[in-house]
Design a protein around this ligand. Sequence first.
Ligand code: 2AM
Ligand code: CA
Ligand code: CA
Ligand code: CA
Length: 261
Amino acid sequence: MDLDHVFEQAKSWVLEAGEQIRSSFDKTLNIHTKADPNDLVTNIDRDTEKFFIEKIRETFPGHRILGEEGFGDELSDLNGVVWIIDPIDGTMNFIHQQRNFAISVGIYENGVGKIGLIYDIVHDELYYAVVGLGAFLNEKKIPKLKPAIVKEAILAMNITWVLKNKRVDHKRLIPLVREVRGTRSYGSAALELVYVATGRINAYISPRLAPWDYAGGAIIVEELGGIVTNLEGGKLDMLTTSSVFAASPGLHGEILEKYLK
Ligand code: 2AM
Ligand code: CA
Ligand code: CA
Ligand code: CA
Protein backbone atom coordinates (compact mmCIF):
# COMPACT_ATOMS: atom_id res chain seq x y z
CA MET A 1 0.00 0.00 0.00
CA ASP A 2 1.24 3.51 -0.84
CA LEU A 3 0.82 4.96 2.66
CA ASP A 4 1.15 8.60 1.59
CA HIS A 5 -1.42 8.34 -1.17
CA VAL A 6 -3.94 6.37 0.92
CA PHE A 7 -3.47 8.76 3.85
CA GLU A 8 -4.01 11.88 1.70
CA GLN A 9 -7.20 10.41 0.23
CA ALA A 10 -8.49 9.26 3.63
CA LYS A 11 -7.79 12.67 5.16
CA SER A 12 -9.60 14.57 2.40
CA TRP A 13 -12.66 12.28 2.64
CA VAL A 14 -12.79 12.55 6.44
CA LEU A 15 -12.72 16.36 6.21
CA GLU A 16 -15.34 16.38 3.44
CA ALA A 17 -17.63 14.02 5.40
CA GLY A 18 -17.13 16.23 8.47
CA GLU A 19 -18.24 19.28 6.52
CA GLN A 20 -21.38 17.45 5.39
CA ILE A 21 -22.16 16.41 8.97
CA ARG A 22 -21.62 19.99 10.21
CA SER A 23 -24.07 21.32 7.66
CA SER A 24 -26.62 18.65 8.66
CA PHE A 25 -27.13 20.40 12.01
CA ASP A 26 -29.64 22.75 10.37
CA LYS A 27 -31.69 19.92 8.86
CA THR A 28 -34.17 17.51 10.44
CA LEU A 29 -32.62 14.27 11.69
CA ASN A 30 -34.23 10.90 11.04
CA ILE A 31 -33.56 8.90 14.19
CA HIS A 32 -34.07 5.12 14.33
CA THR A 33 -33.39 2.52 17.00
CA LYS A 34 -31.27 -0.58 16.45
CA ALA A 35 -30.84 -3.42 18.99
CA ASP A 36 -32.61 -1.60 21.86
CA PRO A 37 -34.42 1.72 22.48
CA ASN A 38 -31.17 3.50 23.45
CA ASP A 39 -29.15 2.11 20.53
CA LEU A 40 -29.61 4.93 18.03
CA VAL A 41 -28.73 5.53 14.40
CA THR A 42 -29.58 8.44 12.08
CA ASN A 43 -29.76 9.02 8.36
CA ILE A 44 -26.48 10.95 8.76
CA ASP A 45 -24.65 7.87 10.17
CA ARG A 46 -25.83 5.88 7.16
CA ASP A 47 -25.18 8.56 4.52
CA THR A 48 -21.68 9.17 5.89
CA GLU A 49 -20.77 5.48 5.76
CA LYS A 50 -22.10 5.27 2.19
CA PHE A 51 -20.03 8.33 1.23
CA PHE A 52 -16.81 6.64 2.40
CA ILE A 53 -17.65 3.35 0.72
CA GLU A 54 -18.35 5.01 -2.62
CA LYS A 55 -15.07 6.95 -2.50
CA ILE A 56 -12.98 3.94 -1.44
CA ARG A 57 -14.51 1.57 -4.01
CA GLU A 58 -13.98 4.10 -6.80
CA THR A 59 -10.37 4.96 -5.87
CA PHE A 60 -9.10 1.70 -4.33
CA PRO A 61 -11.17 -1.14 -5.84
CA GLY A 62 -8.94 -3.78 -4.21
CA HIS A 63 -9.50 -2.49 -0.66
CA ARG A 64 -12.21 -3.93 1.59
CA ILE A 65 -14.38 -2.07 4.10
CA LEU A 66 -15.84 -2.91 7.50
CA GLY A 67 -18.38 -0.30 8.63
CA GLU A 68 -20.71 -0.13 11.61
CA GLU A 69 -23.85 0.46 9.58
CA GLY A 70 -23.26 -2.61 7.41
CA PHE A 71 -22.89 -1.09 3.93
CA GLY A 72 -19.34 -2.43 3.55
CA ASP A 73 -18.08 -5.96 3.02
CA GLU A 74 -18.70 -9.11 5.05
CA LEU A 75 -15.25 -9.96 6.36
CA SER A 76 -13.99 -13.27 7.70
CA ASP A 77 -10.31 -12.33 7.56
CA LEU A 78 -8.11 -9.20 7.46
CA ASN A 79 -6.07 -10.08 4.37
CA GLY A 80 -5.03 -7.17 2.16
CA VAL A 81 -6.04 -3.59 2.91
CA VAL A 82 -9.12 -3.17 5.13
CA TRP A 83 -10.73 0.14 6.10
CA ILE A 84 -12.58 -0.06 9.43
CA ILE A 85 -15.01 2.83 9.66
CA ASP A 86 -17.34 4.29 12.22
CA PRO A 87 -19.15 7.12 10.39
CA ILE A 88 -20.28 8.68 13.67
CA ASP A 89 -18.84 7.44 16.95
CA GLY A 90 -20.98 8.83 19.75
CA THR A 91 -24.31 8.91 17.94
CA MET A 92 -26.22 9.56 21.15
CA ASN A 93 -24.06 12.66 21.73
CA PHE A 94 -24.53 13.70 18.10
CA ILE A 95 -28.33 13.58 18.54
CA HIS A 96 -28.59 15.03 22.06
CA GLN A 97 -25.63 17.41 22.25
CA GLN A 98 -24.35 18.14 18.73
CA ARG A 99 -20.85 17.61 20.18
CA ASN A 100 -18.65 14.86 21.67
CA PHE A 101 -18.79 12.66 18.58
CA ALA A 102 -16.28 11.86 15.86
CA ILE A 103 -15.59 10.07 12.60
CA SER A 104 -13.25 7.13 13.12
CA VAL A 105 -11.21 5.45 10.39
CA GLY A 106 -8.55 2.75 10.82
CA ILE A 107 -6.69 1.34 7.84
CA TYR A 108 -5.11 -2.10 8.25
CA GLU A 109 -2.85 -4.12 5.97
CA ASN A 110 -2.88 -7.87 6.60
CA GLY A 111 -4.21 -7.15 10.09
CA VAL A 112 -1.52 -4.60 10.98
CA GLY A 113 -2.66 -1.04 11.78
CA LYS A 114 -1.16 1.51 9.35
CA ILE A 115 -3.25 4.69 9.38
CA GLY A 116 -5.65 6.01 12.01
CA LEU A 117 -7.85 9.12 11.72
CA ILE A 118 -10.28 10.48 14.29
CA TYR A 119 -12.09 13.70 13.39
CA ASP A 120 -13.75 15.76 16.11
CA ILE A 121 -15.97 17.61 13.68
CA VAL A 122 -17.40 20.28 15.96
CA HIS A 123 -13.96 21.38 17.16
CA ASP A 124 -12.42 20.90 13.70
CA GLU A 125 -9.72 18.73 15.32
CA LEU A 126 -8.27 15.96 13.18
CA TYR A 127 -6.15 13.44 15.08
CA TYR A 128 -4.16 11.09 12.89
CA ALA A 129 -1.22 8.73 12.83
CA VAL A 130 0.67 7.00 10.07
CA VAL A 131 2.58 4.12 11.57
CA GLY A 132 6.26 4.98 12.06
CA LEU A 133 5.76 8.65 11.11
CA GLY A 134 4.22 9.92 14.34
CA ALA A 135 0.81 11.21 15.36
CA PHE A 136 -0.63 14.67 14.83
CA LEU A 137 -3.45 16.93 15.96
CA ASN A 138 -4.25 19.00 12.88
CA GLU A 139 -0.71 19.89 11.73
CA LYS A 140 0.88 19.74 15.17
CA LYS A 141 2.93 16.73 16.23
CA ILE A 142 1.62 15.05 19.40
CA PRO A 143 4.45 14.33 21.88
CA LYS A 144 5.14 10.76 23.02
CA LEU A 145 3.23 9.66 26.12
CA LYS A 146 4.96 9.82 29.48
CA PRO A 147 4.55 7.10 32.11
CA ALA A 148 1.70 7.60 34.58
CA ILE A 149 0.67 6.04 37.89
CA VAL A 150 -2.77 5.01 39.19
CA LYS A 151 -2.85 7.50 42.07
CA GLU A 152 -2.43 10.43 39.66
CA ALA A 153 -4.45 9.06 36.75
CA ILE A 154 -7.70 10.15 35.17
CA LEU A 155 -9.68 7.14 33.99
CA ALA A 156 -12.48 7.36 31.43
CA MET A 157 -15.20 4.76 31.77
CA ASN A 158 -18.96 4.56 31.52
CA ILE A 159 -20.55 4.45 34.98
CA THR A 160 -22.77 1.48 34.04
CA TRP A 161 -19.78 -0.90 34.22
CA VAL A 162 -19.59 -0.55 38.00
CA LEU A 163 -23.31 -1.31 38.28
CA LYS A 164 -24.55 -4.87 37.91
CA ASN A 165 -24.44 -5.69 34.18
CA LYS A 166 -24.43 -8.63 31.80
CA ARG A 167 -20.98 -8.01 30.33
CA VAL A 168 -18.45 -7.91 33.17
CA ASP A 169 -18.30 -8.64 36.92
CA HIS A 170 -19.12 -5.12 38.14
CA LYS A 171 -17.10 -5.59 41.34
CA ARG A 172 -13.97 -6.09 39.26
CA LEU A 173 -13.60 -2.39 38.41
CA ILE A 174 -14.59 -0.82 41.76
CA PRO A 175 -11.10 -0.88 43.42
CA LEU A 176 -9.59 0.86 40.39
CA VAL A 177 -12.31 3.54 40.33
CA ARG A 178 -11.60 4.15 44.04
CA GLU A 179 -7.84 4.51 43.60
CA VAL A 180 -7.55 6.78 40.55
CA ARG A 181 -7.40 10.55 40.91
CA GLY A 182 -10.58 11.05 38.90
CA THR A 183 -13.00 9.47 36.46
CA ARG A 184 -14.62 10.87 33.32
CA SER A 185 -17.12 9.64 30.74
CA TYR A 186 -17.40 11.17 27.27
CA GLY A 187 -19.60 8.67 25.41
CA SER A 188 -17.38 8.31 22.35
CA ALA A 189 -14.78 5.54 22.41
CA ALA A 190 -12.90 7.14 19.51
CA LEU A 191 -12.54 10.46 21.36
CA GLU A 192 -11.68 8.73 24.63
CA LEU A 193 -8.86 6.91 22.83
CA VAL A 194 -7.42 10.13 21.39
CA TYR A 195 -7.75 11.75 24.81
CA VAL A 196 -5.49 8.94 26.08
CA ALA A 197 -3.18 9.61 23.11
CA THR A 198 -2.90 13.32 23.99
CA GLY A 199 -2.56 12.68 27.76
CA ARG A 200 -5.81 14.51 28.63
CA ILE A 201 -6.83 11.30 30.33
CA ASN A 202 -4.47 8.46 31.20
CA ALA A 203 -6.61 5.37 30.76
CA TYR A 204 -9.84 4.26 29.10
CA ILE A 205 -11.80 1.10 29.78
CA SER A 206 -14.82 -0.36 28.04
CA PRO A 207 -15.91 -3.99 28.51
CA ARG A 208 -17.83 -3.96 25.23
CA LEU A 209 -16.84 -2.33 21.97
CA ALA A 210 -16.80 -3.24 18.29
CA PRO A 211 -13.82 -2.99 15.91
CA TRP A 212 -15.04 0.28 14.34
CA ASP A 213 -15.04 1.88 17.82
CA TYR A 214 -11.32 1.27 18.41
CA ALA A 215 -9.65 0.51 15.04
CA GLY A 216 -8.60 4.11 14.35
CA GLY A 217 -7.89 5.22 17.91
CA ALA A 218 -5.74 2.20 18.76
CA ILE A 219 -3.29 3.07 15.97
CA ILE A 220 -2.93 6.64 17.25
CA VAL A 221 -2.46 5.61 20.91
CA GLU A 222 0.13 2.96 20.00
CA GLU A 223 2.06 5.33 17.73
CA LEU A 224 2.60 7.53 20.83
CA GLY A 225 3.82 4.68 23.01
CA GLY A 226 0.49 3.95 24.72
CA ILE A 227 -0.78 0.40 25.07
CA VAL A 228 -4.15 -0.89 23.86
CA THR A 229 -5.37 -4.38 24.74
CA ASN A 230 -8.50 -6.13 25.96
CA LEU A 231 -9.22 -6.29 29.70
CA GLU A 232 -7.14 -9.47 29.95
CA GLY A 233 -4.10 -7.79 28.39
CA GLY A 234 -4.50 -9.65 25.08
CA LYS A 235 -4.34 -8.33 21.53
CA LEU A 236 -7.46 -6.61 20.19
CA ASP A 237 -9.51 -8.44 17.60
CA MET A 238 -10.54 -6.39 14.55
CA LEU A 239 -13.23 -8.84 13.40
CA THR A 240 -15.32 -9.35 16.56
CA THR A 241 -16.47 -7.35 19.57
CA SER A 242 -14.01 -7.00 22.42
CA SER A 243 -13.32 -5.32 25.71
CA VAL A 244 -10.81 -2.46 25.44
CA PHE A 245 -8.23 -1.14 27.87
CA ALA A 246 -5.99 1.71 26.68
CA ALA A 247 -3.45 3.48 28.88
CA SER A 248 -0.15 5.32 29.10
CA PRO A 249 3.03 3.29 29.38
CA GLY A 250 3.64 2.07 32.94
CA LEU A 251 0.05 2.68 33.94
CA HIS A 252 -1.21 -0.07 31.63
CA GLY A 253 0.95 -2.67 33.37
CA GLU A 254 0.13 -1.39 36.84
CA ILE A 255 -3.64 -1.52 36.26
CA LEU A 256 -3.47 -4.90 34.55
CA GLU A 257 -1.40 -6.54 37.29
CA LYS A 258 -2.97 -4.95 40.37
CA TYR A 259 -6.61 -4.40 39.37
CA LEU A 260 -7.69 -6.43 36.36
CA LYS A 261 -6.04 -9.83 36.80
P1 2AM B 1 -21.58 4.53 18.63
O1 2AM B 1 -22.02 5.84 19.07
O2 2AM B 1 -20.90 4.52 17.31
O3 2AM B 1 -22.67 3.48 18.67
C1 2AM B 1 -20.57 4.94 24.03
O4 2AM B 1 -20.14 4.78 25.34
C2 2AM B 1 -19.54 4.33 23.11
O5 2AM B 1 -19.81 2.93 22.95
C3 2AM B 1 -19.58 4.90 21.73
O6 2AM B 1 -18.27 4.82 21.20
C4 2AM B 1 -20.56 4.00 21.01
O7 2AM B 1 -20.41 4.01 19.62
C5 2AM B 1 -20.22 2.68 21.62
N1 2AM B 1 -21.36 1.76 21.64
C6 2AM B 1 -22.64 2.08 21.82
N2 2AM B 1 -23.42 0.97 21.81
C7 2AM B 1 -22.60 -0.06 21.62
C8 2AM B 1 -22.81 -1.46 21.49
N3 2AM B 1 -24.02 -2.01 21.58
N4 2AM B 1 -21.72 -2.24 21.28
C9 2AM B 1 -20.50 -1.69 21.20
N5 2AM B 1 -20.25 -0.37 21.30
C10 2AM B 1 -21.29 0.43 21.51
CA1 CA C 1 -23.96 2.65 17.04
CA1 CA D 1 -18.85 3.58 17.67
CA1 CA E 1 -21.28 4.70 15.11
